[in-house]
Design a protein around this ligand. Structure first.
Ligand code: ADP
Ligand code: MG
Length: 522
């Protein structure tokens, strides 16, 4: 048998391409709305029947097309949005592949009515083949109708979900875009019923109209978002909307970063709701990964993660990493291990020790750095020594939760080996240029000041035990009663809890004999 290579007919090529772009009515609506937005539409009206597979129409009041462009727009790789390869890197419009109309019209009975304000054109196509082109009356703008989706691709048709699942997905797609374009009116009718009707409104109002309350706001130069209260966390991620450079994007990384920003305010198994807009320089993000442009790739995932996490944490007025936070009863439960970034994977992060809350610990008083606490016995604890011990063990075992810093600490260094040594203690740092150390995150028992004490002692050649004692006695942290209680519980988790790293006694039982001698000596 002689095998012969033939070129596929255009309709077949477009049908194949449709496999990527056209998944269901929701993905069609997304592409078509994006086209309308690119055409500067201020009003977009959508109607569907049977979940959008039987009938789907979209009308806009955008710039429309003249007859020649209208015909061209149905051809694959016909686009008005890029002309050169360089344009690919400076995209401001949503669509850019010139693929959607060709692909969509290849798998349905398609009708377009469009006008650039001068002449109106009506085009009918079936399975990607143009049947008829004629002038028509229309105001400036474009109307598209998609009938009998996949009528000519039975295999795809079989895989379409139920009409209710299709309309739910479509509503979600529409709402997502509407969130990012509050200046545009949107309406949606399903089987004749008006489901959604949005007039132009302020961004926050639009968000409130579409999603329930989001009381926490975060704004930085490149990030704006509203976040739900921790107690409104859900068991699914449907309340999460992310936009990168105005495009709706799905990003498990960002979702995780937001959650991490909530710290332990929400349970491990639930998710906060948010609407988050990020502006990222085009060279730091690649939107071309996914044919539907739903996913992105970041050039520096760890950095994006940190920025988002930090910003979200600030919305809840989480203080900058400092000792007192680390001694709250809610140790931050970071689980950065599964962040797909090599630099994060290396950091062995665990939550703070699981305290034995079964043991009764009744804090009584703090007097000049001494802590009176009632357990089974009455104890007197030297808090500075206790801190030295807890710090020593947690750095040694690298078991402290780490806290990202708002701004990296930069220090001039002589010896690059220092970086590896610090990393060994769970201090997240890197080299900038040849001689600058940048610290991005610290174990939560260290704050900025105590870190410098730590660094000085370490560079002087002290060992970890001496360094921990130095940091503790230099800092002379003032503890409140909650902090002292937590520190004491952490101490109980230490391998050695009676002596500090220099061998000094941390606590003493205040039993009858001791009390007696104290009084008698006095
Ligand atoms: P892309 O959006 O990637 O350019 P499409 O196949 O989605 O590719 O659209 C092809 C072209 O058709 C667009 O570049 C645009 O010029 C034109 N077009 C599509 N939809 C509209 C619309 N609603 N209003 C005006 N022009 C449109
Ligand atoms: Mg498009």
């Amino acid at each position: 048998m002689v095998q012969k290579i033939t070129r596929l007919p255009t309709e077949v090529i477009n049908k194949i391409a449709a496999g990527e772009v056209v998944e269901n009515p929701a993905s069609i609506v997304k592409e078509l709305i994006e086209n309308s937005l690119d055409a500067q539409a201020m009003r977009i009206d959508i109607a569907i029947e049977g979940g959008g597979t039987r009938f789907l129409s979209i009308e806009d009041d955008g710039c429309g097309m003249g007859q020649e462009d209208a015909v061209l727009s149905l051809e694959r790789h016909a686009t008005s949005k890029i002309r050169t390869e360089e344009d690919l890197f400076s995209l401001t419009t949503m669509g850019f592949r010139g693929e959607a109309l060709a692909a969509i019209s290849a798998v349905c009975r398609f009708e377009m009515r469009t006008s650039d304000g001068e002449i109106g054109t009506r085009i009918l196509a079936e399975g990607g083949v143009i049947q008829n082109i004629e002038p028509c009356a229309r105001n400036r703008g474009t109307s598209l109708i998609v009938r009998d989706l996949f009528f000519n691709v039975p295999a795809r048709k079989k895989f379409l979900k139920s009409s209710s699942a299709n309309s739910a997905a479509l509503v979600r797609a529409l709402e997502t875009i509407a969130l990012a374009h509050p200046e545009v009116s949107f309406s949606l009718k399903s089987d004749g019923k008006l489901i959604l009707n949005l007039e132009p409104q302020e961004q926050k109002k639009r968000i409130e109209a579409l999603i329930h309350s989001m009381p926490h706001e975060v704004k930085t130069a490149r990030l704006w978002g509203l976040f739900s209260s921790p107690e409104d966390a859900k068991v699914h991620r449907r309340g999460q909307y992310l936009f990168i450079n105005q495009r709706p994007i799905f990003s498990p990384l960002i979702s995780k970063a937001v959650k991490s920003g909530y710290g332990t305010m929400i349970a491990e198994s639930s998710y906060p709701s948010f609407v988050l807009f990020l502006d990222i320089a085009p060279e730091e993000v690649d939107v071309n990964v996914h044919p539907q442009k739903k996913e992105v790739r970041f050039s520096d995932e760890a950095k994006i993660f940190r920025q988002v996490e930090r910003a979200v944490a600030s919305a809840f007025q989480t203080p900058a990493p400092c000792f007192s936070r680390s001694l709250s009863f809610a140790p931050p439960a970071f689980s950065l291990n599964d962040v797909p970034s090599p630099s994060f994977q290396k950091v062995e992060v665990s939550t703070q020790p699981s305290f034995d809350f079964a043991m009764a610990v009744r804090p009584l008083a703090i007097v000049e750095g001494y802590f009176f606490v009632q357990t089974e016995e009455l104890l007197l604890v030297d808090l500075t020594r206790a801190y030295a011990r807890v710090l020593y063990e947690s750095l040694k075992n690298k078991r402290e939760a780490i806290q990202s810093l708002m701004w990296p600490i930069e220090v001039a260094i002589e010896d690059e080996n220092l970086i590896k040594e610090l990393q060994e203690f769970g201090i997240e740092c890197r080299l900038i240029g040849k001689k600058t150390l940048a610290v991005d995150a610290l174990p939560s028992l260290l704050n900025q000041d105590s870190f410098f004490d730590f660094l000085n002692a370490w560079r002087e050649g002290k060992k970890l035990d001496g360094t921990a004692c130095f940091v503790a006695s230099k800092g002379k942290k003032k503890f409140n009663i909650d902090e002292a209680t937590l520190l004491f519980r952490q101490l109980l988790q230490c391998q050695e809890s009676l002596y500090d790293p220099s061998g000094k006694r941390i606590w003493q039982k205040l039993d009858k004999d001791l009390l007696k001698t104290i009084l008698e000596d006095a």
